[in-house]
Design a protein around this ligand. Structure first.
Ligand code: SF4
Length: 738
């Protein structure tokens, strides 16, 4: 959203005298663009540019990547560790030793008094993979809490869960190159031009070379919907009905790929029976898409020589997100569209290294897609780390969305929050505020000391950002790429890797374990653990053929990339573009599971008291809770203030004017926003970007998916009321402090 300004500054192109370019990878979204950072003759960072030789972005960057070099000295950076007795005292600067000694002592004190799980660790999708692995080793191997998870539960947990249920393992099977081979693309709840602009550019480039139908399923007329051949403005939360109904048409008209189903899947008969209840004549009244359109889309998808599905938060952030993912996989399996060029089921991941945490952080299990529930896996990792396998829990503990309520019940007394901002990102934030306030001890580790969650911290640890560190990311298409260390850490901030290692030293048992000093040594540990077999077949998550040198030479390599596949001196290697091309899946039978998904309607829907659907999502100029982009003027100026899209007809009925302020109320709380009138939303819906503090997540419900524990951010209801314009304007100015 571009806010108008009367006196626009003329555009000037600053002269940038770059003396040296350094290789790195973007640290915002999961597209994984390769970036070069430009240094002047004093080694000062002055610009960034896309790497022309990188497969992912081929020289392009979005606005966030173009301005990413402005991060390093942006306002609010943490300069020194801070400490205080009570969260309402003023912070005082302290030494790293004092901050880490206090943190370690508090962890031990809480665990001694209340048990190991009384101290929780909540992490992120923003760290480097070597940092995730080290945090996992520290948390699982030394601290020993089973209340350990990351904010990826808010974005990708349903994709992980759906992949595991369908295919037996996590890991997106497709790649961006599939756009060039597909004959039909269906995008579910994914607004690529704003969320993943460079993936969108890859799609657009493929469409310019060879036209194929683009079908967009989204209740809102998103930017991607505007470019679609067919837009299906679905009733929120009913994607399972639409997909079941499409499968009803495909199976009843004999359009399924029976040979693929027979050879590579199990459970077809149950699916076939279930979808008989989803005749388009009936389904249209639930999902809001007319029966003829359901039939024609189903035929188009099934008859395409290769068809692919992509999805993002429109599917994942729902009470049936995991079912939605499994159902997209069902659609692709019954049409034989997995593992072939242009035929895939590709979740578009959110954060830059959400994949890295899924693979190596041990949040939901043990490193390298190993499971806590598997005794052999526990033994293998315990032997490698040098600990007793009995120290590991025998099943995964709480997800992030269950860890916070465990504060309310008194089970969790202390918490370490690393690079995430629940005070803005979690649903029903006023409840989160009370939870954080009641903790005996909270340590926040973040790049920014002004991140909202520090309000309740007893200790703040200033972390380094992006190219102040070294390590890897994995992107949406399983491509591992390197972040080079280009500049020293800002002020007295430290790389997260250093912080984890230093904290580990403060636990007695660390003497028996190895915490390497260099990220590359950790990468070698991960390579070692990635080799070998799982269920009698070569592991897919195999990175043993990669080295830092090869990652730079290839501008990123996709896994699996096995040691034996490459000569030692072969530098420019690609890895494997797709998973499951042989039709063999990592399940005990080797076949994919077709999972019957029955629709149950538990959405909070518009009613007399709360007559509008509340939808939330991203805008291109901001990233997540704006801790970074809110400080970069050329990003922030496009949407510096919380706003809401509203349909002009609905606004007219309520007497609401464009650019006026309104108060929204849900059953959880209220928020004040500025109104932007647009036809992008229907008359019974409003849309609010989720980036702003004290805004949409004061309203959201956040019911949890039973499999993934991901919250439903997108299906809630609100009412709209007038508000004192002067008071709202004052509040707005206050919020624009950055
Ligand atoms: S598309 Fe994503 S990875 Fe690429 S420059 Fe933009 S934010 Fe960075």
């Amino acid at each position: 959203m571009l806010f108008g300004r009367k006196n626009r500054k003329p555009i000037t192109i600053p002269k940038k005298d770059v003396k040296e370019w350094k290789y790195t990878t973007c640290n915002y979204c999961s597209t994984g663009c390769a970036i070069e950072i430009g240094l002047d003759e004093d080694k000062k960072i002055i610009t960034t540019r896309g790497h022309a030789g990188a497969d992912v972005n081929r020289g392009k960057l979005c606005i966030k990547g173009i301005l990413e070099h402005e991060l390093f000295n942006s306002p609010g950076r943490g300069t020194e560790p801070l400490i205080r007795e009570k969260h309402f005292d003023d912070f005082k600067e302290t030494s790293w030793d004092d901050a880490l000694d206090t943190t370690a002592a508090k962890i031990k004190e809480i665990q001694d008094k209340y048990g190991r799980d009384a101290f929780a660790v909540v992490s992120t999708g923003q760290l480097l993979t070597e940092e995730f692995y080290t945090l996992g080793k520290l948390t699982r191997g030394l601290i020993g809490t089973n209340n350990y998870d990351g904010n990826t539960t808010l974005c990708m947990a349903s994709a992980v869960s759906g992949y595991k249920r369908s295919f037996g393992a996590d890991g997106p099977p497709g790649c961006y190159g599939d756009f060039e081979d597909t004959h039909c693309l269906m995008a579910f709840g994914s607004n690529l031009p704003e969320q993943h602009p460079i993936i969108y550019w890859r799609l657009k480039e493929a469409l310019e070379k060879r036209k194929f139908p683009l079908i967009v399923v989204d209740p809102r007329v998103t930017m991607l919907a505007q470019f679609a051949d067919i837009h299906l403005p679905i009733t929120p939360g009913t994607d399972c009905v639409l997909i079941n109904s499409m499968m009803h048409v495909i199976i009843n008209e004999g359009l399924q790929d029976q040979a693929y189903i027979d050879a590579h899947t199990q459970g077809f008969d149950v699916i076939k029976e279930l979808v008989q209840d989803y005749n388009p004549k009936v389904a249209q009244h639930q999902c809001g898409i007319d029966e003829d359109t359901i039939r024609s889309v189903a035929r188009l998808y099934a008859k395409a020589p290769a068809a692919m599905s992509i999805w993002t938060m429109g599917i994942n952030q729902s009470t049936h997100g995991s079912d939605g993912v499994a159902n997209i996989n069902n659609l692709n399996l019954i049409t034989g569209n997995i593992g072939k060029p242009g035929g895939t089921s590709l979740s578009i991941t959110g954060q830059c290294n959400a994949m890295g945490t899924r693979e190596w952080s041990s949040c939901s299990g043990l490193p390298g897609y190993r499971a806590l529930e598997n005794a052999d896996h526990r033994q293998e990792i315990a032997d490698y780390w040098g600990i007793d396998p009995e120290f590991f829990p025998k099943a995964r503990g709480n997800a992030q969305t269950d860890i916070f309520p465990a504060i309310e019940t008194g089970e969790v007394k202390g918490m370490w929050i690393v690079a995430t901002n629940p005070m803005t990102s979690m649903p029903n934030t006023s409840r989160i505020r009370k939870m954080l306030e009641s903790l005996d001890f909270l340590v926040v580790q973040d790049v920014y000391s002004d991140v909202e969650t520090t309000q309740y911290a007893h200790v703040y640890l200033p972390a380094s950002v992006w190219a102040e560190k070294e390590g890897c990311h994995t992107n949406t298409e399983r491509r591992v790429n390197l972040i080079s260390n280009v500049v020293p850490p800002y002020a007295n901030s430290k790389p997260d890797f250093w912080i984890f290692n230093q904290l580990a030293k403060r636990f007695e048992n660390s003497k028996n374990m190895n915490f390497p000093d260099k990220p590359e040594e950790v990468f070698n540990e991960m390579k070692h653990l990635s080799k070998g077999e799982a269920l009698g077949r070569p592991r897919n998550l195999d990175i043993s053929g990669m080295t830092y040198e090869k990652l730079i030479a290839s501008r990123g390599i996709q896994w699996p990339c096995r040691e034996e596949d490459y000569d030692a001196d072969e530098k420019n290697i690609k890895g494997q573009a797709r998973l499951y091309s042989d039709g063999i899946f990592p399940t005990p039978s080797g076949k994919a599971n077709l999972i019957p998904v029955k629709f149950f309607d538990n959405n909070e829907k518009p009613c007399k008291d709360y007559p509008f659907w509340l939808n939330s999502g991203r805008v291109v100029e901001h990233f997540h809770t704006r801790t970074r982009t809110g400080k970069i003027g050329n990003c922030n100026k496009f949407s510096p203030t919380p706003y809401m899209e509203m349909n002009p007809d609905a606004a007219r009925e309520l007497g609401i004017e464009h650019m006026s302020y309104v108060r929204l109320t849900s059953r959880r709380g209220d928020a004040v926003v500025m109104v932007q009138l647009t036809q992008r939303v229907a008359t019974d819906m409003v849309f609010i970007p989720f980036h702003f503090h004290d805004c949409v997540n004061r309203l959201t419900l956040g019911l949890l998916d039973p499999y993934s524990r991901q919250p439903a951010f997108k299906q809630g209801s609100v009412r709209i009321q007038p508000v004192d314009q002067e008071e709202a304007a004052r509040l707005n100015v206050e919020r624009r402090s950055y």
